[in-house]
Design a protein around this ligand. Sequence first.
Ligand SMILES: Nc1nc2c(ncn2[C@@H]2O[C@H](COP(=O)(O)OP(=O)(O)OP(=O)(O)O)[C@@H](O)[C@H]2O)c(=O)[nH]1
Ligand SMILES: [Mg+2]
Length: 249
Amino acid sequence: MVDLTVSRRVIALVLAYNEEAALPALLVEIARVCPDWAVVVVSDGSTDGTAERAREAGAVLLALPFNSGVATAEQTGFLYALHRGAEIVVRLDGDGQHPPAEARRIVDTLEQTGADVVIGSRFLVGGGYQSTPLRRWGIRWLSFLLRILGGVRITDPTSGLRAFRRRAFTLLASVYPNGYPEPESGLLLARAGLRVVEAPVRMRSRDAGRSSLDAWAALYYPAKVTFALIVEALRRPIVPSSGEEARGS
Ligand SMILES: Nc1nc2c(ncn2[C@@H]2O[C@H](COP(=O)(O)OP(=O)(O)OP(=O)(O)O)[C@@H](O)[C@H]2O)c(=O)[nH]1
Ligand SMILES: [Mg+2]
């Protein structure tokens, strides 16, 4: 068994819902490429062997009793990282689409640039998995909205491959958008005055398990997130250092 819990400075946060097919290879790859990271898998109500595969690989398993969605799973990981004193959290998808070597590069970018958050973007250099044409259309629309609503340039706002410094995940542990959280959290962080930058990454296509986004969700997603971004832009920005848990009304 590989020891995936050696360090608490950097936590690789792996979100996994029914990913028993892809998870073992991903965990072996993380241990090989990033042996100095602790690895935490959040499985909320997976009905397959996801939790067992995480345990067998030696990862820390945060198992929630029922399915609560990506946002709750991610926030659970942030809370864990906060309580374990981690300095950096890097999020990877449990379906293997986020290569650990790319995760390592965005952590390096976080450390070198002093940014609070680094988002891995598939569109800065091209290559690798770039999603379907319909989804790319939605991504471009959300990117445009983020620019006009928050003045922030995020070319890949739905990317889940992200690295967070403690200041950023402390804030997100107390305030985190529900549903499809990635674009909205980018806006929230930028409006809170945190430094959000992008770095080029290559992703892989999903070759095992099932996507949580069906054709209906691909249409519903941009509509729901557009509304959520507008509401977020109208709210008072969060102040990270004092009382971010209590947003003014
Ligand atoms: N813990 C947890 N993880 C989830 C949940 N929903 C999705 N995930 C994980 O989040 C990651 C991203 O979800 P995907 O369904 O792959 O979404 P996507 O990568 O945008 O879509 P594809 O490109 O079609 O794979 C995957 O690793 C999923 O296992 C959930 O409810 N709970
Ligand atoms: Mg995926």
